[in-house]
Ligand binder design. Sequence first.
Ligand code: COA
Ligand code: AMP
Length: 627
Amino acid sequence: MLGPYKQQYESFKQNPAQFWLEQAKRLPWYKKPEHAYTQDTDGLYHWFDDGQLNTCFLALDQHVIAGFGEQTALIYDSPVTNTQQKYSYYQLQQEVAKFAGVMQSLGVSKGDRVVIYMPMIPQAVIGMLACARLGAIHSVVFGGFAAHELAIRIDDAKPKLILSASCGVEIDSVIEYKPLIDHAIALANHKIDHCVIYQREQVAATLIPLRDINWDEAMQTATAVEPVPVSGSDPLYILYTSGTTGTPKGVVRENGGHGVAMHYSMETVYGMQPGDVFWAASDIGWVVGHSYIVYAPLIYRCTTILYEGKPVRTPDASAFWRVVEQYQVNALFTAPTAFRAIKKEDPNAEGFKQYNTRSLKRIFLAGERLDPPTYSWLKEKTKLPILDHWWQTETGWAIACNPVGIEELVTKPGSSTVPTPGFDVQILNMQGKQCAPNEQGVVAIKLPLPPGCLPTIWQNTARFKTGYLTQYPGYYLSGDGGYIDDDGYLFIMGRTDDVINVAGHRLSTGEMEEIVASHPAVAECAVFGVTDTLKGQLPMAMIVLKNDFTGSPTDVEQALVQTVRNQIGAIACLKTIVSVERLPKTRSGKILRKNLRQLVDGDELQIPSTIDDAGIFEEINQQLTLR
Ligand code: COA
Ligand code: AMP
């Protein structure tokens, strides 16, 4: 007899359309969909395009109408500014409806784009939900990105409006946002109409008359607006993520599939009940923040926590446990790097013992590989289920998980457990044939992807097709390698492309390489990810200076560290740049970045037969040792 998980997985496999139409019935649509998915003329899949709904209504109004207006919707906890604030569903609905009025009066309507560049403050969530209320498409840009990155996104999304705040607050510094925004607007070709700026206590931003609007002042005269019905296939948001080149990819999320997937995942993946307290310790600039700080907990009527702080140094390594006790958190979701940081500062988990964390049922981890030592430490110290799950910005929710809402399966360290119902995960070899159990290959998902996943890349279906669909027709290529064992458990072994994961942040070495290569003294270069005990991976660059360069290599290296920081942002974390005499290449001229990573990590070198001079690695090793 099949267990409950296998039964549910089989029911999805037998009839995906029926499976998801049943789930869709659980949402309050203005017009219920009759079709599950359709394919457009480009062959792209869209879910529930004949349904009509509004995502802000799902997240707020439906709960107020059902009598839960007094329940806490959002808790803002900011150790960096010493602020704590609660919003009930009713209060949040009122704020959002009014802010939607502000945006409407500035000319924003259905289908318009709005860029949100904000720190972790309630106004960021209000801005996102207000866009959803109007049927406008938000594009949140992580506050750690520099002006150049913001400008690239402005040019791609072509927003009417930018929402921002006067500053972000980091552990030891206050980062003024307004100069960054003004710089980004100057760099961008696309011209925006207005910026709405929330003035924080720490810094007063200088507003440009007529263009810039003070958030609080605009709210004083705003009129609340009602949710605007949109089609299930109308976009809710665009979220840019790193690809292998310098141009980020705008992942599109559509309203209907997203609503259904968020609702289903809260129950199935996280085992939540309406009224529970859910805490995703991430940032609204990342997909985890979109899905599990903002939309899913609210759609499912949980209380969500917006935490403007770090796992350590705000003020110490017990910060997470303090939040758990204070707000009676039932589920905590973060990236493994957060626990590596805690473990480093508090190896005996003394902080955990200080607080009453009995409300916490499970800890969920994703964003990067959950390394077995971190898994074991966390399990031993907390005695809680530690659940790894695997997903991507593109999918918006877990492709593989321990489906605790259906059946809590035995965990295996290193595995993100089993495919979530909705995802037909297969391991393919180079020829596109299915691998045998335990055989490593590329991880692919049979089309159509389930609700909530990207239908395409914003304004770039060609890139979507070449990047994800063309290599294995009928499948979505995840970009990760891995295998499925005899029990059907999925093991993700890492990216098969030039994307790296630094402290749970996805970054492109290709983009860094483009910046490094543009320095006038650099003849050629390679940027690759090396292992780091805290952040999982860190980027490292090797450069070859031009023959006629007569200056100091150290000066170039330092200048490049600064340039990458200025162009991408501090989160790029490219701090190690080494000049070498030459780089290893195949006969066809391809730089062997993988071998450079193996060399620096001290792994066994798997040198391809297409290289003429294997001695080059010894030469580089000596140069590294001399430093
Ligand atoms: N705005 C501006 N700058 C930011 C920023 C933001 N929102 N977030 C990070 N930065 C800056 C940091 O201040 C730091 O700058 P510095 O080089 O001048 O010190 C730099 O970017 C690197 O930040 P980070 O990678 O976060 O390193 P850290 O040393 O400050 O903190 C951790 C390390 C592990 C504590 C931190 O990465 C963390 O909390 N990770 C949790 C995982 C997480 O949230 N992942 C997101 C996806 S789930
Ligand atoms: P992002 O789009 O920023 O969420 O990054 C997605 C990538 O992070 C994936 O393609 C994986 O490479 C990696 N990743 C996310 N979650 C996991 C996990 N649980 N285990 C291993 N890798 C993961």
